[in-house]
Design a protein around this ligand. Structure first.
Ligand SMILES: *Cc1c(COP(=O)(O)O)cnc(C)c1O
Ligand SMILES: [Zn+2]
Length: 415
């Protein structure tokens, strides 16, 4: 990895060499000693250019290989991860009163969430470190994406999920052949048990905050947004926040492009949580350290009462001059309907939470109607059909008779 200079602790600033088994700063410990991957931007610019990338026929995150902390020769899963669609849905823009609104639909990944970007890197790093078994704890999507990428490489997985994870995500895990451990407790309980088991059996650790390489996978969503805007940063990027790794990754991606000289300005980043679980939003708005929160939201992917990457997340928002906002579960469901009905894009609750937050930011005048804004849809709606039905309602039930159909349509003013 000539492109990687090393790892730096975000807490004590110490630089460390990349070594197998090093996930966090030994001095600061696994809670505070989160590491950042540092690159040699001159080496990146010797290896590739914007033009070469733009002409690449690799429609996956590996079009950005020199920006990634993996050896180019390591075998990779065959799945197409990344290069997700980037839309300018005019109907949605009109309905939200925005003239330059874009959707990055990361529900269109192999296992239907943005987490695939991190999991594919986890699997490659596990191969590089000769691990045949990977473990993680997850609210659901990290789990199903890891199980998918690992299945593609013939690697065994142990997955710890909280008991409340939606059926769609559990089904994915089982189809991909993971050893699924449904922890009868919170996400925090699942995380703790997985950490103990990883320690006990020495499995490769895909827990997102702990493993510094995963944010590097997640950052590719920012590389793509910049490229899809013709090597330009938008004014705002808006997305949902749970542990905080995704928003940290988005910021890291734009920072890497900026430092490499590929974009000439940086976006503001807005992070959105549910009012039922908003430890990071509260810390940001009240300018104080975060406190653990209850996990009272139907947006299961961001029901994270004890975030694992709080500092990186808050730094991303602050350094970018961005903001954070919390929205109710009703606003999340309304955003799901609005996105679906105006643009044909289907997001899971956490997938559309960014959009719900954007609506608030526009109403508050923080985001202007002419600003260039990208809302990331982080996961697909089919993962959580129960909440989709809660958002959209049941279909009309009709006996197989034209007379009755006419009656029902007339009653609803549809005919
Ligand atoms: C994991 C996830 C998030 C939040 O990412 P964090 O890194 O936990 O902040 C948002 N949306 C979806 C769909 C997710 O799966
Ligand atoms: Zn440290």
């Amino acid at each position: 990895m000539e492109n990687v200079l090393g790892l730096r602790c975000i807490n004590c600033n110490k630089q460390l060499d990349t070594k197998p088994g090093i996930y966090t700063c030994p001095k600061c410990g696994p809670k505070d000693g989160i590491l950042d991957v540092e690159y040699d931007y001159a080496a990146i610019n010797r290896a590739t250019t914007r033009g070469l990338v733009s002409n690449s026929k690799d429609n996956s995150i590996f079009r950005y290989l020199p920006f990634l902390p993996v050896n180019p020769g390591t075998p990779r899963p065959h799945l197409r991860v990344g290069w997700s669609p980037f839309y300018k849905p005019v109907g949605l823009g009109r309905s939200m009163g925005m003239n330059d609104l874009y959707i990055k639909d990361d529900g269109q990944n192999p296992t239907a969430s943005l987490k695939d970007r991190a999991s594919v890197i986890a699997v490659i790093k596990a191969v590089e470190e000769n691990s045949s078994t990977i473990a993680c704890s997850s609210t659901g999507n990290a789990a199903s994406s890891l199980a998918g990428s690992a299945a593609a490489m013939g690697i065994k997985t142990y997955i710890f999920v909280p008991g409340r994870a939606p059926q769609g995500k559990i089904a994915q895990l089982l189809v991909f052949g993971a050893n699924v451990i449904s922890v009868q407790g919170s996400y925090e309980d699942a995380f703790r048990l997985s950490a103990e088991a990883i320690e006990r059996w020495g499995w490769y650790n895909r827990n997102a905050a702990i493993n510094p390489y995963l944010v590097e996978g997640k950052k590719t969503v920012a590389l793509e947004i910049a490229e899809q805007l013709n090597w330009q940063a938008p004014d705002w990027v808006v997305l949902s926040v749970g542990d905080g790794c995704t928003i940290a990754g988005v910021w890291k991606g734009f920072m890497d492009l900026y430092r490499a000289g590929w974009i000439d300005r940086l976006p503001k980043v807005a992070g959105v949580q549910s009012t039922g679980c908003s430890p990071l939003v509260d810390a940001f708005l009240e300018d104080r350290p975060w406190h653990p929160a209850a996990e009272n939201t139907l947006a299961d992917s961001i029901a994270v009462g004890v975030p694992r990457n709080p500092e990186k997340a808050l730094r991303a928002v602050r350094q970018s001059g961005g903001t954070m906002v919390a929205v109710s579960d009703d606003e999340i469901l309304a955003a799901m309907r609005e996105l679906g009905r105006t643009s044909g894009i289907f997001g899971e609750p956490a997938g559309v939470t960014g959009l719900a937050g954007l609506k608030r930011l526009v109403a508050q005048g923080i985001v202007g109607p002419d600003e260039k804004v990208v809302a990331i849809v982080t996961g697909n709606g089919l993962k959580d059909v129960k909440n989709a039905i809660a958002a959209a309602g049941e279909p009309m039930k009709v006996e197989p008779s034209l007379g009755e159909l006419v009656l029902q349509l007339e009653q609803r003013g549809l005919a």
